[in-house]
Write a protein that binds this ligand. Structure first.
Ligand code: IPM
Ligand code: MG
Length: 362
């Protein structure tokens, strides 16, 4: 198969972790007989440095011309980076939000899995996590607060800021369907998370999710308020299968979920549109404090590449091979600094990538 992959290395640790994911993809291509054609694309701070804006038309067009896009991370240190002297719409994050919108990537999948081998890195008590947990956070990605009108102005002599949270029923329906489709292939449970005791947008969310649920009688639906969900994630993470939620709640809950897996450096993500196209990126940020040191954990990016093989190319065997290789490396005791525990062997970013490659087999 010929795989046309757009690559946004991005900022901070982005270039280092994407390099490792490309290494793994190349190894997969070699072992399974595929050809990969990479197109390097600029976005975020790296694009600001060259073009003065975080996302150009050229990047959007080239991304659209690819089958899928692999991304590192974007953004820098808000206190010291000159990118944050720019107005908000010109900063790195604005590029990320815009590309999600332009490519219509409304469905963001963030799997949070506790690996048996990483139990010691999990901050929760063992009795809470015994047997592990495996949940999929399905975050709506192109609506809600992050895309509503916003302004800051003086009202009655007081600086007043406004953000708007809007969802229409079609936006809710399409993400809900995706959530139920995924749940059907998993443990058949959807927890829809909202704040329906306060927000109109949440009340509509709940109503539409209930309508969609009627088409999936084999899937159990429960509703949970977002504040309770934040608590349940640390009290009993095993109860969750698919968490279906709107943009901002999903942003916050997925960071929380990543932490209970041991490290945000383990959390992959896929952002999908109506077709097979997707943008694949680790859920963590660009970690400028450790950039260039060769210590960043590339596993989330490598697992994102596995999601790409699965969702954009239907290469399930290849995706399984990557996931199995990650599990084997962890089992063999190799750890990057963020997931290191007593008795394990610390390796750098590049060595972690090499070791994962060495376990890729047919
Ligand atoms: C994420 C990030 C982004 C988001 C930021 C960088 C805009 O936190 O992917 O979770 O909020 O979506
Ligand atoms: Mg986030």
């Amino acid at each position: 198969m010929n795989l046309k992959i757009g690559v946004i290395k991005g900022d901070g640790i982005g270039p280092e972790i994407v390099t490792e994911a490309m290494k793994v993809l190349d190894k997969v291509a070699e072992v399974y007989g595929h050809q990969i054609q990479y197109t390097q694309l600029l976005m975020g701070g790296a694009s600001i440095d060259v073009h003065g804006v975080p996302l150009t038309e050229e990047t959007i067009e080239k991304a659209k011309a690819s089958d899928a896009v692999l991304m590192g991370s974007i953004g820098g240190d808000a206190k010291t980076s000159p990118w944050y002297q720019l107005e908000p719409s010109k900063r790195p994050e604005a590029g990320l939000l815009k590309i999600r919108k332009e490519l219509r990537l409304f469905a963001n999948l963030r799997p949070a899995v506790l690996y048996e081998e990483l139990k010691e890195a999990c901050p929760l008590k063992e009795e809470i996590t015994q047997g592990g947990f495996d949940m999929m956070i399905m975050r709506e990605l192109t609506g809600g607060l992050y895309f509503g009108a916003r302004s800051t102005e003086e009202v009655d002599g007081l600086l007043t800021a406004r953000d708007t949270l809007t969802y229409n029923e079609a936006e809710i329906r399409r993400i809900a369907k995706r959530g139920f489709e995924i749940a059907k292939k998993r443990r058949k449970k959807v927890t829809s998370v909202d704040k329906a005791n306060v927000l109109d947008s949440s009340r509509l969310w709940r109503k539409i999710v209930e309508e969609v649920a009627k088409g999936y009688p084999e899937v159990t639906l429960e509703h949970m308020l977002v504040d309770n969900c934040a608590m349940q994630l640390v009290k009993d993470p095993r109860q969750f299968d698919v968490i279906l939620t709107e943009n901002m709640f999903g942003d916050i809950l997925s960071d929380e979920a990543s932490m209970v897996t041991g490290s945000i450096g383990m959390l992959a993500s896929a952002s999908l549109n109506e077709s097979k196209f997707g943008l694949y990126e680790p859920s963590g940020g660009s970690a400028p404090d450790i950039a260039g040191k060769g210590i960043a954990n590339p596993i989330a990016t490598i697992l994102s590449a596995a999601m790409m093989l699965r969702f954009s190319f239907d290469l399930d065997r290849e995706a399984d091979a990557v996931e199995a290789a990650v599990a084997k490396v962890l089992k063999a005791g190799y750890r990057t600094k963020d997931i290191l525990s007593d008795g394990k062997v610390q390796v750098g970013t590049g060595e972690m990538g090499d070791r994962i490659c060495s376990y890729i087999e047919k």
